[in-house]
Design a protein around this ligand. Structure first.
Ligand SMILES: NC(=O)c1ccc[n+]([C@@H]2O[C@H](COP(=O)([O-])OP(=O)(O)OC[C@H]3O[C@@H](n4cnc5c(N)ncnc54)[C@H](OP(=O)(O)O)[C@@H]3O)[C@@H](O)[C@H]2O)c1
Length: 294
């Protein structure tokens, strides 16, 4: 069987940490060798260090979980957002092409402006709003321009995990302290549990033959199944975690943020499900599963 040497960047982040956990399970990643790095061990904006790392460790797959993800901070920290989300991604894409290794890169539902009303397909026109969204879209464009063989861009949305900074953790913390909370109900999307996304990524890696990579770059959409608002999400967290905090629905206009968010960013996942035979859990079931692990 083909042996893969997989490098996961951003390994201390939500998704990277989940891939690390899953990589230790023999049924999910049998016989693969993994390397995990984060900003302190290997800054992906350091092109020479990245090239040396790939060469010295004979990497065959890169899963790029590293990113500048502070959506609001990016508005006043533009240079850093583009360095990490565009320029470093171009470096990874160039090195992936030169060394014929597979690049799996994560992107965001925020590449869409949210004026649609049907789940977005991969081929739908993008129109990123805000610096974070635009820097992530620019990273995608670099991969499409450089065309490393077999590269996958996976757009995901509303990511949460049992650890790390995310909406579920914030709601749990605030819900235990307060009697009422206001949460926006006019942004509609789908949460994504890292346990499901990490499993899907490892399945994609396993199903790809590293010595027979196609000459194409594919974009995919992945989130959990179903649809909700942040208000619905908060209500479900409190219900499933048995927290008696009331939630009041408010419009986004009552909760202004530096970066504009799309009002609708539900992703159509048919392509990834059909191409890789994936079964995606319903968002409430995954939330329940995540809360049970806390
Ligand atoms: N979180 C979401 O809701 C969401 C939604 C849609 C798409 N996505 C995408 O999904 C992917 C994974 O997201 P996530 O939630 O796991 O993000 P995350 O928890 O913020 O993790 C990102 C990791 O990348 C690291 N990093 C930042 N700059 C780096 C650099 N120059 N070199 C190496 N590592 C660096 C960060 O370290 P520091 O923390 O030390 O900076 C962090 O550990 C990202 O591409 C993100 O854009 C996320």
């Amino acid at each position: 069987m083909e042996r893969k040497v997989i490098w996961v960047t951003g390994a201390n982040g939500q998704l990277g940490a989940e891939i690390r956990t899953l990589s230790q399970r023999a049924d999910i990643a049998p016989g693969e060798t993994f390397f995990f790095t984060d900003k302190e061990t290997l800054d992906i904006t350091n092109a020479q260090a990245v090239a040396d790392f790939i060469k010295n460790n004979q990497i065959t797959v890169i899963i790029n979980c590293a990113a500048y993800t502070a959506v609001d901070a990016a508005e006043s920290d533009q240079d850093m957002a583009y360095q990490i989300n565009q320029k470093a991604v171009a470096t990874l894409a160039r090195l992936a092409k030169e060394n014929r290794l597979q690049l799996i890169h994560l992107s965001t539902d925020y590449v869409f402006d949210g004026t649609g009303f049907m789940p977005y397909r991969e081929s739908d026109p993008t129109n990123p709003q805000g610096i974070y969204a635009h820097s992530k879209w620019s990273g995608e464009e670099e991969i499409r321009r450089i065309r490393p063989p077999g590269a996958c861009i996976i757009r995901t949305s509303w990511v949460y995990s049992a650890e790390g900074k995310n909406f579920v953790q914030t709601m749990m913390r605030l819900g235990r302290k307060r009697e009422r909370l206001s949460v926006v109900d006019d942004q509609i999307g789908t949460p994504t549990y890292t346990g499901d996304l990490a499993g899907a990524i490892l399945q994609i890696v396993q199903q790809t033959l590293a010595d027979d990579l196609p000459d194409t770059v594919e974009t995919y959409h992945y989130s959990n199944e179903g649809v909700c608002s942040w208000y619905d999400f908060a209500k479900a967290i409190f219900e499933l975690a048995d927290i008696s905090c009331e939630v009041d629905p408010i419009p986004s206009s009552a909760y202004p943020t530096p970066a504009k968010r799309p009002h609708f960013s539900v992703l159509n996942k048919r392509k990834i499900k059909e191409n890789y035979g994936l079964e995606i859990p319903y968002w409430r079931d995954s939330l329940k599963h995540c809360l049970a692990t806390l």
